[in-house]
Write a protein that binds this ligand. Structure first.
Ligand code: IMP
Length: 204
C-alpha cells in the first residue's frame, strides 16, 4: 500500500493532466510537484509511452520518498505513421503551445489528403514505489481528427479529437463525458484497482 495515509505524488506539471487525475483519484491524499518545488522534471528520453511513464514515476518516487504516479500520453494519427505519439507535447517544437501543436497537426494531416483522419489517444500510467518497483497500465481511446478546433474544454489536442461514436470533440464534451471514455480514465481505472489491491493486502 502506498502508505498508511494513502498518500500519492502525482508526478506531472501538466495542469490538464493534474485536473483530470485529481477527479479520477478521489479518496487519495494527493501531493503534486507544487509541493516539491526543488524537484526538477527529468528529461523524457524514452522512445515509448511506457519508457517515459516509468522513468518519470521512478524518478519522482526516488526524489520524494513517496509512492508516485506518472502519466505519459499522446495522440497517434494513422496517416502520419503514429505521429505525434510520444512527441505530442512538443510536436511544433520545444515549448510549443497547445494551439501551435494543434495547428501543426492539422497542417500535416491536410497534406496527406487522408479522408479517414483516424487516430487514437494513448495514456500509460506508471506507479512507482520509493524502493523503485514500477507497474504500468495502458488505456486508449479511438477516434478521428476534426478539420478545425471546436470547443473550449479539456487541454492539448482535445479540440480536434472526436471519440468513436461521437460527433462532438473532446473539447466540446463536459469533463464528466470525457472521463467516461478517455484513454486516461481507462488507464487509471486499472491503476486504481491495483492500488486498492495493495491497500487490501496491507490491511490483512
Ligand atoms: P507528455 O505525456 O507530458 O509527454 O505529454 C502529453 C501530451 O499529449 C500533452 O501535452 C497533450 O498535448 C497530449 N495529450 C495527452 N493526453 C491528452 C488529452 O487527454 N487531451 C488532449 N491532449 C492530450
Amino acid at each position: 500500500m502506498p502508505d498508511r495515509t494513502n498518500t500519492l505524488l502525482i508526478g506531472t506539471s501538466n495542469a490538464g493532466k493534474v485536473r483530470e487525475l485529481r477527479q479520477l483519484l478521489h479518496g487519495w491524499r494527493l501531493l503534486t510537484l507544487a509541493d516539491f518545488p526543488a524537484v526538477q522534471p527529468p528529461a523524457e528520453t524514452g522512445e515509448t509511452f511506457e519508457d517515459n511513464a516509468a522513468l518519470k514515476a521512478r524518478y519522482y518516487a526516488a526524489h520524494t520518498g513517496l509512492w508516485a504516479l506518472a502519466d505519459d500520453s499522446g495522440l497517434e494519427v494513422e496517416a502520419l505513421g503514429g505521429a505525434p505519439g510520444v512527441h505530442s507535447a512538443r510536436y511544433a517544437g520545444a515549448g510549443a503551445t497547445d494551439a501551435e501543436n494543434v495547428a501543426k497537426l492539422l497542417a500535416e494531416l491536410q497534406r496527406t489528403d487522408d479522408p479517414e483522419r483516424r487516430g487514437r489517444f494513448v495514456c500509460v500510467i506508471a506507479i512507482a514505489s520509493p524502493a523503485g518497483r514500477t507497474w504500468l497500465f495502458r488505456g486508449a481511446c479511438e477516434g478521428r481528427i476534426a478539420h478545425a478546433p471546436r470547443g473550449q474544454g479539456g487541454f492539448g489536442y482535445d479540440p480536434i479529437f472526436i471519440p468513436e461514436g461521437e460527433s462532438r470533440t473532446f473539447g466540446e464534451l463536459s469533463a464528466e463525458e470525457k472521463q467516461q471514455r478517455s484513454h486516461r480514465a481507462r488507464a487509471l481505472a486499472q491503476a486504481r484497482a491495483f492500488l486498492l489491491s495493495l491497500s487490501d493486502a496491507a490491511a490483512r
